[in-house]
Design a protein around this ligand. Structure first.
Ligand SMILES: [Zn+2]
Length: 592
């Protein structure tokens, strides 16, 4: 057994770690007896996130936790940063270096803070020193909070230089003996913890924390990892963070990994669709027509973000579906089932964020601008980037929102280019519900309800959606409701959720079409265009249909857990294309 002993000095006390083997280590705080050594799981050594767990295990006071977090050098995978969440940032962590996974809900376009670095020639010993301002938290604090000029801060900065000057005193400089280079970008970020969205969307973004971001520009992806120092603004006494590094989170599902248990469950419940997946979605809603909507929901839930088309070109994979129809016909109940359900009809699932059309002016579906503070406040679409958003009551969106959405739906990027500037990615799966202008029964063909809505007056707006499903009062008869036939969910919500996570974490290179599938997609696309592309029905448009068929075919392959031994790749087989084709044409038939 190899014994590795490490001692870390942390100011007035010492923390001792004794690594016994790869599995265990012990920890002791100076002044305590040998018997007070505490065993700690090896997980501590693997990731800085586990410092949290360590703190719990050894019941250290917060100040000691801070020391562990701050002072331990990279040793067996521990970073010098203390991994925490915004919620846990308290006065105890002030001056500590932290790493936080967070989400940007608001931002103020960057300006220039100060020079990036400054080179100083000591007049006394003629040595050269380069001070990187973005690494000096004391300087940054004074520049940001007190508006101090850099040259005034230099004497203080020189004190920190080791070794000191020849006479043992501080080095000496004169202002004409310094050289500044580069500039430090400076932005303000308003951030929240990345949480499972169990609360209402607008409540969750109500109390953001402030981050002063230096030396980095704001990424377009709004889920980010932030590295910085916890500081106190001397004027307001608010605890905030000065960050000098920021990285976008790769996907919604970070660190997704498959366990053997998952593989067993997926093979049991999903392969060849042995179980009716539609039964997972709001079992209280019955009727064959409503089952169509639920099938579409299962497809949306199993649509990967980016997929290849039949020629290998990368296209949007995340599905966008509109439920349009009469009120009281369960559009909302089905859609909201994915985001916690309604109070009277709760759901075990929280797959995304909910936007309610009538309140969108306040929260912003894409963004709003705080005119006084010149802050962009991001809305549900960018904040659901790589995830899912439910827009309930889309007919109530404000014209401004509709206009903004028009552009971002095609590019999947939101660009704000007014007196404040910013960009955000919005690669979002969407289920939108809307009421038609008249009751459905008044239209000769259901499809007319779509083009009769101001949101879809323009044909290009229709093309940005993959499927429209209509809800008509006459769809479900009373008998069907009384003798409900919809099955209870056969799959536990945990397993179903994990399978959705699996689908969402599939990368574009993991999605493979069998040769005959590509041929089928081409063949069926042509068939659809020939049969359904009629002048006044704007839903089926030739150029888009092949992409739409690809998206639904991939989703059908995902939901059938069509994979290989690795469970990593998605294999799109002919049967999935056939299934997608049948489903789509069934819906198209119902529209006209
Ligand atoms: Zn000197």
């Amino acid at each position: 057994m190899s014994v590795k002993k490490s001692v870390f000095k942390t100011g007035d006390s010492m923390l001792h770690f004794r690594k016994l083997d790869s599995e265990n280590l012990k920890l002791k705080i100076t002044g305590k007896n040998e018997k007070d050594w505490i065993s700690v799981s090896n997980r501590f050594w693997k990731s800085d996130e586990d410092i949290d767990r360590l703190a719990n295990q050894v019941e250290l006071p917060a100040k000691e936790i801070k020391k562990i977090g701050c002072e331990i050098e990279d040793n067996g995978g521990i970073s010098e940063y203390y991994s925490t969440s915004l919620q846990k940032i308290t006065a105890d962590l002030v001056s500590c270096k932290v790493v936080i996974h967070t989400q940007i809900v608001g931002e103020q376009a960057h300006k220039v803070l100060s020079p990036k670095s400054i080179e100083i020639n000591c007049i006394n010993c003629s040595k050269k020193f380069k001070i990187d301002i973005s690494e000096k938290i004391d300087l940054l604090k004074d520049i940001i909070f007190k508006g101090s000029k850099l040259e005034k801060l230099l004497p203080q900065a020189l004190k920190s230089i080791h070794p000191p000057c020849v006479d043992g005193k501080d080095h000496i400089f004169s202002t004409d003996n310094t050289e500044e280079s580069g500039y430090i970008d400076y932005s303000l970020l308003y951030v929240i913890d990345v949480l499972k969205p169990t609360e209402r969307f607008d409540e969750r973004i109500a109390k953001p924390r402030l981050i002063h971001l230096v030396n980095k520009t704001i990424p377009r992806a709004k889920k980010v990892v932030i590295y910085g120092w916890v500081v106190v603004n001397p004027k307001t006494r608010d605890i905030c963070i000065i960050a000098n590094n920021i990285e976008p989170e790769e996907t919604e599902i970070t660190n997704f990994s498959l366990t053997d248990e998952d593989k067993k469950n997926f093979s049991k419940y999903f392969v060849d669709e042995k179980y009716a997946l539609a039964d997972q979605i709001n079992p209280n809603i019955v009727g064959e027509k409503r089952k169509v909507a639920k099938e579409a929901v299962v497809d949306v839930l199993h649509s990967p973000l980016t997929i290849p088309d039949v020629n290998g070109k990368h296209i949007r994979g995340g599905l966008r579906v509109v439920f349009i129809g009469d009120t009281g016909e369960a559009k909302s109940s089905i859609a909201r089932y994915l985001v916690g359900g309604e109070p009277a009809d709760p759901s075990p699932y929280v797959f995304g964020n909910l936007v309610i059309g009538e309140t969108s002016k306040r929260t912003g579906i894409l963004y709003t601008i705080d005119v006084d503070k010149k802050i962009i406040i991001w809305g549900a679409l960018p904040l659901s980037d790589t995830g899912l958003v439910i827009i309930d009551g889309m007919q109530q969106l404000h014209n401004e929102d509709i206009g903004q959405m028009r552009e971002s739906l095609s590019s999947q990027i939101i660009k704000v280019d007014k007196y404040v500037k910013g960009q955000a990615l919005a690669r979002t799966r969407i289920i939108a519900t809307m009421n038609p202008n008249k009751i459905m029964g008044m239209y000769t063909y259901p499809v007319q309800a779509i083009s009769d809505n101001r949101i879809f007056f323009k044909t290009p707006d229709v093309r940005r959606w993959d499927l429209f499903i209509t809800f008509n009062k006459e769809d479900v008869d009373g008998k069907e409701v009384i003798y409900r036939k919809t099955g209870e969910p056969q799959i536990s919500s945990q397993v179903f959720e994990q399978h959705v996570n699996w689908a969402w974490s599939r990368k574009v290179e993991q999605i493979q079409y069998a040769e005959e599938s590509k041929e089928k997609i081409r063949e069926f696309s042509l068939k659809i265009v020939e049969k359904y592309e009629v002048g006044d029905i704007p839903v089926v448009v030739g150029k888009q249909i092949s992409d739409i068929l690809c998206r639904f075919s991939v989703a059908r392959a995902c939901r059938a857990h069509s994979t290989d031994m690795t469970h990593e790749n998605v294999i799109v087989k002919e049967e999935h294309v056939v299934s997608a084709y049948k489903f789509l044409t069934g819906v198209y038939d119902s529209l006209s």
